[in-house]
Design a protein around this ligand. Structure first.
Ligand SMILES: C[S@@+](CC[C@H](N)C(=O)[O-])C[C@H]1O[C@@H](n2cnc3c(N)ncnc32)[C@H](O)[C@@H]1O
Length: 325
């Protein structure tokens, strides 16, 4: 089976990040017959399996833009596939996905942002900076520009902005200039040469601080190639709209820009829209959401020790408390 083949050589399947806490927070919304759970980032289906096992009445709509994820998820779901529908889509297409399936409202939605271990471990996908591989980085390898396209065509200013914003790279200007100079010799096509150029652009004294010198540039390229923040900005209001009253949405983010978008959307939904001096808030101006996490929750030290990827995770969960006005 192809799913099994994809799993070979990738023994390191961690428990899904903050699995038990996510189950605890979403389960109350999924305990009635016919409850619908949307996993917008199906990946290896770790969270989905935990949710379906904890909520025997619920069915799953599992969305992922990466066709490889579907094969592995289907295999890992096994008999649970009887309660699952897997859809190949970008998660901001949620309204269309639900309309195609004839589903009007859902009861819980999870987004676990970023890359799966399948994507990181399969070096030919080009996400890893420690091995020399083609500069692809597309989560859906059949669509859109690759990391090489970005590196070889974007103006220096755009490259620098991407590195600054998405990578929080303090040497963004220097690296962008070095990339533009490098591509005049020959276009970039593999990660090895890019890593060399990045290392050469960073002052020697800073090369050994703050992790691998290419880490922030690779993160920035990945976010740009997959238009990750654009998709997140689109899906958050769509997710709130899709929730039934009493439905819950959980987002696990790994980057401060992602978490800021989630925080803002949830805070706005959880705030009455009436002018401050109005003694009674009319129903239509009352908040649509209730926050179920105080600030962002973080994994505990034990989880971070066994899964370093969890270290930057932040979880925010909200509940829909009324219909839109
Ligand atoms: C961190 S992994 C999810 C892991 C999953 N929660 C599990 O337990 O196995 C993120 C997954 O979401 C997918 N993904 C990321 N952004 C996406 C988007 N905008 N639309 C659809 N899928 C996306 C990736 O392809 C990847 O498979």
């Amino acid at each position: 089976m192809k799913g099994r083949h994809l799993m070979q050589g990738f023994a390191d399947v961690h428990d899904p990040v903050m699995r038990d806490r996510i189950v605890e927070l979403l389960r109350p919304a999924l305990s009635h017959p016919g409850a619908v759970f949307v996993d917008g980032t199906l990946g290896l289906a770790g969270h989905s399996i935990a949710m379906l096992n904890a909520c025997p009445e619920a069915r799953l709509i599992g969305i992922d833009r990466d066709p490889d994820a579907h094969q592995v998820a289907e295999q890992r779901l096994g008999a649970l596939m009887e309660r699952a529908t897997l859809v190949h889509a970008v998660y901001d297409e949620l309204p269309d996905v639900l309309a195609d399936l004839g589903v009007a409202r859902v009861d819980a939605i999870l987004l676990d942002l970023g890359l799966s271990s399948l994507q990181i471990d399969r070096t030919e996908r080009g996400f890893a900076y420690r091995v020399d591989a083609p500069l692809d980085m597309r989560m859906n390898p059949t669509e859109g520009p690759t990391a090489a396209d970005v590196l070889n065509t974007y103006p220096a200013k755009d490259l620098s902005n991407i590195l600054k914003w998405y990578g929080e790279e303090r040497f963004a200007d220097r690296i962008a200039r070095a990339i533009v100079a490098g591509r005049e010799d020959a276009p970039f096509d593999t990660s090895g040469r890019l890593v060399e150029v990045i290392s050469g652009a960073i002052p020697a004294a800073a090369r050994h601080t703050g992790g691998h010198p290419a880490k922030r540039t690779f993160q920035a390229l990945r976010i740009e190639v997959n238009r990750e923040l654009v998709a997140l900005e689109g899906v958050l209001p769509a997710a709130v709209d899709a929730l039934a009253v009493g439905g819950r949405v959980a987002v696990l983010s790994y980057h401060s820009l992602e978490d800021r978008l989630v925080k803002r959307t949830f805070a706005k939904g959880a705030t009455d829209r009436a002018p401050r001096d109005l003694p009674v808030v009319p129903e239509e101006l009352k908040a649509d959401l209730r926050l179920l996490t105080r600030g962002a929750e973080r994994p505990d030290a034990e989880e971070i020790a066994t899964n370093p990827r969890a270290a930057s995770a932040r979880l925010r969960v909200a509940e829909r408390i009324k219909e839109a006005a």
